[in-house]
Design a protein around this ligand. Sequence first.
Ligand SMILES: CC(C)(COP(=O)(O)OP(=O)(O)OC[C@H]1O[C@@H](n2cnc3c(N)ncnc32)[C@H](O)[C@@H]1OP(=O)(O)O)[C@@H](O)C(=O)NCCC(=O)NCCS
Length: 174
Amino acid sequence: MSGVQLPPGLRWEPLQRSHPRRQFECGQPEVDDWIRRNAWQHQKKHLSVTKVLLDEHGRIAGYYTLTMGQVDFSELPAELARQLPRRRLPVAVLAWLGVSAAQQGQGLGQLLLAQTLRDCYEAGDTFAFVAVILDCLSDAAKAFYQKWDFEELPGHPYRLFVSYRQLEAMMRRE
Ligand SMILES: CC(C)(COP(=O)(O)OP(=O)(O)OC[C@H]1O[C@@H](n2cnc3c(N)ncnc32)[C@H](O)[C@@H]1OP(=O)(O)O)[C@@H](O)C(=O)NCCC(=O)NCCS
């Protein structure tokens, strides 16, 4: 998997049934439940893709889940919607992201988000989308994403986006 540099002992893997999903705990119950109960089922059905960051003991230090979605052009800020067709538009969706509570505050969230955005950017060569969007579950999560150029969708304070153009600019800066 191409992408961000990892500290020693950590590795990426696509989610597998054998991963210790039920032990994952990040402090946000919905994020824990998703990987424990749903992520594998959805992956098998090609509804979403989950990647896990494993530590040297094979524990899940963090994970993220990506899928595709649509937003209506009217939901986008005027400067982004201006040159787009007036219909539903394709978006990449960062559906879930979490870092194990024991390993928070060490930069892993940042690594996960960097790899998520890199995956989206690379997918953009094959599948077109106008933005990456996500729904935040808390103000703390929102603050985390806003450090990375994510902005609110008008009228949806907990739905954030970065346009594909911003994503390109971010990847060029790396
Ligand atoms: C949000 C979360 C992913 C951050 O992971 P983390 O590994 O602790 O974050 P990092 O150590 O990489 O921190 C990256 C940056 O975000 C900031 N940050 C992290 N958590 C933050 C918070 N709760 N509020 C504000 N800023 C935060 C850090 O200060 C750091 O900024 P800096 O580089 O300027 O110091 C993690 O706390 C988590 O899993 N929370 C529960 C699940 C969740 O809310 N997921 C997101 C919604 S789906």
